[in-house]
Ligand binder design. Structure first.
Ligand code: ADP
Length: 326
């Protein structure tokens, strides 16, 4: 599918180029599969991520999120399939690609005995960053590390250690930032601050972050990809996710007394009914408006409708509906 290693037009071209229009794609993944022995961690993943998007990678434990991130960041190889980062094929250009990436791994490995600046200078050395002192000062400012700068990493709180991890990921000014659970274990104030740093970074960079926290996705991400059992089961703008539940609607109705809802269950478009005393939740097909049927049911059964409203699904409920039972 890709051009040969020597390139089609230019024999001296030392990179394998993405066959698609890489000007607009930051990451392009085609039929990516990863096996750990018998265990299939990723199963035929196809994905395109545009420049400048903050993408949330969601999924239950063991879904394959970390595996996908480790492959994108060249830490482990795929079993089969193709992957391009900024137009470069990962199989032939992992060194080039690493220079374009910033990565915060899940367990944020740091050197506890080092001072923050010392550690960042060490990382800058690995990346061979010129004028690294001014770059380090800039990153310390962005990540809000200044108040703790006199401490060794081992003496920092979890939130500040996470900032150091983000600082090292941002140091080489990467165009793609991969963050594996960047806010895990942080308190509510730290959460808000780290999310702000990520959002700021996301204005110029492509960001992929995994998380378990639904509010985080709503607060930070432009796009959500849900992985379950190694497969992508949803991929859309955050606000469009409800369509992946089959577009069903939930109407909440309160009658003046407990009703026998058997006949309502048989109405056109009704999928299921949950009753809690006089209040009930009626799940219906998205394209059917069942409100008139509910009023008719109330009249026929000598009931008064005290209230009726449509429940908005939270992202958390949508996530559970998409990933449970598949
Ligand atoms: P997530 O990040 O979504 O929790 P992972 O990518 O860590 O999921 O894991 C996906 C699947 O691959 C899981 O079933 C996990 O047990 C398995 N897995 C991950 N790493 C390894 C490994 N090094 N060896 C064997 N199996 C692994």
């Amino acid at each position: 599918m890709g051009f040969s290693r020597t390139g089609f037009f230019n024999q001296s071209l030392a990179v394998t180029l993405c066959p698609l229009n890489s000007r607009f794609m930051s990451i392009e993944i085609s039929h990516l599969t990863k096996l750990y022995g018998e265990q299939k961690a990723l199963d035929d993943i196809n994905l395109s991520i545009h420049k400048g998007e903050i993408t949330g990678l969601l999924g239950p434990n063991g879904a394959g999120k970390s595996t996908l991130m480790k492959i994108i960041t060249c830490f482990i190889p795929q079993t089969c399939g193709e992957l391009w980062v900024e137009g470069l094929n990962i199989k032939d250009n992992s060194l080039e690609i690493r220079k374009k990436l910033g990565y915060l791994p899940e367990n944020n490995p740091l050197y506890p005995e080092m001072y923050i600046k010392e550690y960042l200078a060490f990382i800058a050395g690995i990346y061979k960053i010129r004028n690294f002192q001014s770059k380090i000062d800039e990153i310390i400012e962005i990540t809000g590390l200044a108040p703790e700068i006199h401490k060794t990493i081992g003496k920092l709180s979890k939130g500040f250690r996470q900032r150091v991890g983000l600082a090292q990921a941002l140091l080489n000014d990467p165009s793609v930032l991969i963050l594996d659970e960047p806010t895990s274990g942080l308190d509510p104030n730290q959460l808000v601050e780290i999310r702000e740093v990520i959002k700021k970074a996301g204005r110029q960079k492509t960001v992929i972050m995994s998380t378990h926290i639904m509010q985080e996705v709503e607060a930070v991400c432009d796009r959500v990809i849900i992985i379950n059992k190694g497969k992508i089961v949803a991929d859309d703008k955050t606000e469009n996710l409800s369509r992946y539940t089959g577009g069903s609607r939930i109407i909440q109705v309160e009658f003046d007394k407990k009703a026998d809802l058997l006949s309502l269950k048989g109405s056109v478009g009704v999928l299921k009914v949950h009753q809690e005393g006089p209040r009930c939740l009626i799940f219906s097909k998205g394209e059917v408006d069942i409100r008139a049927a509910i009023f008719k049911y109330a009249v026929d059964h000598d009931l008064t409708v005290l209230s009726m409203s449509e429940n908005q699904r939270s992202l958390e409920n949508i996530f559970r509906e998409i990933t449970s039972g598949r």
